[in-house]
Every structure is written in C-alpha cells, then in structure tokens.
Design a protein around this ligand. Sequence first.
Ligand SMILES: NC(=O)c1ccc[n+]([C@@H]2O[C@H](COP(=O)([O-])OP(=O)(O)OC[C@H]3O[C@@H](n4cnc5c(N)ncnc54)[C@H](O)[C@@H]3O)[C@@H](O)[C@H]2O)c1
Ligand SMILES: [Zn+2]
Length: 200
Amino acid sequence: MPGKVLVTGGASFIGSHLVDKLVEKGHAVRIFDNLEPQVHNDVPQYLNPQAEFVKGDVRNEHDIRKAIKGIDVIFHLAAAVGMSQSMYDIQRYIDVNTRGIAKLLDILVNGNCSIEKLIVASSISIYGGGAYRCENCGIIYPKLRTGSQLKTNEWEMRCPYCGNMVKPIPTGEDKPLHPTGIYAIYKRDQDEMCLTVGRA
Ligand SMILES: NC(=O)c1ccc[n+]([C@@H]2O[C@H](COP(=O)([O-])OP(=O)(O)OC[C@H]3O[C@@H](n4cnc5c(N)ncnc54)[C@H](O)[C@@H]3O)[C@@H](O)[C@H]2O)c1
Ligand SMILES: [Zn+2]
C-alpha cells in the first residue's frame, strides 16, 4: 500500500511534476509551500487537484508540524533557488535554506513522528566545475579560472599542474566538492546534514 507523501516546495517547477508522478502512482500527496512571491504571484493553476495543499513556511515550527502529520515520506524541495541571487542576498538564502532544513531535522529527530524517509534535492553546483583530462597529468579537477586568465578573456580551462589546455570529460559523483556560491554551499551542507542525521 503506497504511503502518504509530503512534498515541501510542492508548488515548485520540479516539485509540481514530482507531485503529479506520485499521485499517478497512487500515493496520497500533501504539498507544503509558502508560495514565495518571487516565484508565484498567485496560487498556481497547475497544482494537482488530487493533492492536498497546505500553505506554510519551512522555517515555522507550527507550519511544519501541521504539514508532517500522518506522513510517511518527505521530499524536501522548498528552497530559495538562485546561484547568482544567493551571492547578494546571503542572509535570506541561509535563513530560508539552511535554517529551513535545520528546523525540519530538529522536528524529525525530537518529535514523535512517523517519517520513514527524507529525500532532499541536491544540486550539481556542489561540485563547482567538472572533470577534465590533461594530456600530461590525466584526470584533473581544476578550480576557478585565475584572475589573470579572466583579464585576457581566456575562457578555456588550463591544467593547474602543467598549464596545458584540458578537455572536459563526464564528471563522476565522487569528484571532490568545491561549491563556489552561497546556494551551492547550502546544498552541500544540506546533503551532509541529512546524511549525518539520517545515519545517526
Ligand atoms: N531547477 C533546477 O535546475 C534544480 C537543479 C538542482 C536542484 N534543484 C532543487 O530542486 C528544488 C526545487 O527547485 P525548482 O527549480 O523547482 O525551484 P522553484 O523556485 O520553482 O521552487 C521553489 C519552491 O519553494 C517554495 N519556497 C520557497 N521558500 C519557501 C519557504 N520558506 N517555505 C516553504 N516553501 C518555500 C517556493 O514557493 C517554490 O514553490 C530546490 O530544492 C532546488 O534547489 C533544482
Ligand atoms: Zn597537466
């Protein structure tokens, strides 16, 4: 018997499609979203009518407790989403995103609740750049282009060891993490917080 699923940020671009799929698979679904004005100017018409909608904020304990009542599985997608904006709206990004997941974890750990699984959305941004191959040095993971490289409008990547031009190759999940924005730092932190608390 499929369980009852909560999708935080269920009104989102990605979350709304996830809700449709979960409903299609026979799950009872609840959407939890504050309908952030930067993303929505009204209740979106595309929300699945077979899903229950609960308006609330991931930073609000009362709202979260109401949203998780009777839920078996949570997909946590609610977030302020913007790599560029996160670099000039730092406090808000940390507040919504990092405080949001911290609040949710605190409630799950301390509360008397039935949650069996928490699934969070990570992001490719936690890797920074991708993997490259250098003819001399093999597979390498260059960091950001240097200031002097940018000044000469040289956009291609160079090997940090020998200075050779390098070729991009598919990036494996085991590439060392190198987040280069506040949003990416939050995503890395969220992954590690959830894996650590989940394991414990
Ligand atoms: N779109 C992408 O390419 C991409 C890639 C990787 C990961 N993700 C992740 O997937 C998730 C959904 O992303 P999206 O692109 O669909 O974003 P989106 O901007 O469409 O949706 C974010 C949703 O979160 C809600 N929200 C924002 N602040 C909230 C709060 N304080 N309380 C409750 N709800 C709040 C918004 O109202 C919105 O519905 C995010 O966690 C994002 O980081 C997205
Ligand atoms: Zn090299």
